[in-house]
Design a protein. Sequence first.
Length: 261
Amino acid sequence: MSNVDHVHQRRIVVLISGSGECDLISPYIDLPSITIDPIRAGTNLQALIDALNTPALPNAAITLVLSNRKAAHGLTRAAQADPPIPTAYLALQPYLKANPGKTRDDYDVEVAKIVAQQSPALVVLAGWMHIMGEGFLDVINGDRPFDGEQKVAKPIPVINLHPALPGAFDGANAIERAYEAFQKGEIKHTGAMVHRVVKEVDRGAPVLVREVEIIPGEPIETFEKRLHHVEWEIIVEATAKILDEAVPLKVSCLSAAVRAS
Ligand SMILES: Nc1nc2c(c(=O)[nH]1)N[C@@H](CN(C=O)c1ccc(C(=O)N[C@@H](CCC(=O)O)C(=O)O)cc1)CN2
Ligand SMILES: NCC(=O)N[C@@H]1O[C@H](COP(=O)([O-])[O-])[C@@H](O)[C@H]1O
């Protein structure tokens, strides 16, 4: 299923990073054994796109995909969705270069402005590799204006997909770090989670946590493939869960019915 008319759909904005290397990676075919960077292939965005308006993710629309990497393959995935999903690109260093005197905080506010203008019910970080500062969080929480005096009417929930268990491997490169820790006998398994986004990186309240085993002797590529499959499941389940909290389906359908009458 795809993104359909989002006039009456529950609106989602997805943030991604990534590169353009991974045309061969899809949520529904086995990850190739070749060593390409699966961390930024947009496969979790694809899982969300494919779940839209199915029983897994009913009455929902992705109204924007924003990337901080121009070559992110997720931008292609969004453009190839049916109907195409609008995309945007805004990276920190080009922004600072183009706006002398502006700061990382200004960049974070600009990201929040782009997001807030979509009036989303939910923001999903699906491989977004930029630490959000207070500039973003304060705008999204309604504590700071994003355009003149304009503030978001109520806090917009933000969730992040992270390939580790709560408190285990915060930050970037968690998959590799967990695999190495297993080889050293420091952990018996790892996992993946979706958590709420707060200022402290990867320390927001878990929304969905799923353990992933590491099999002794298996190469990292095999382990990583198994972990990504888990991620593709939990990102859809967690998105549906938080979306239902933000805009209960009965309310969303009722408003659609009223508009249609
Ligand atoms: N305030 C928060 N921002 C973000 C969170 C969060 O929980 N709170 N989650 C991250 C996602 N993430 C891990 O899940 C993560 C991504 C990136 C980094 C990081 O070190 N980023 C560097 C730049 C790295 C790069 O550009 O490749 C940085 O921002 O300077 C750590 C953790 C998303 N944001
Ligand atoms: N710290 C954040 C982080 O590591 N996020 C990770 O980026 C990948 C994105 O994959 P994708 O581009 O194929 O969706 C995912 O493995 C996700 O857990």
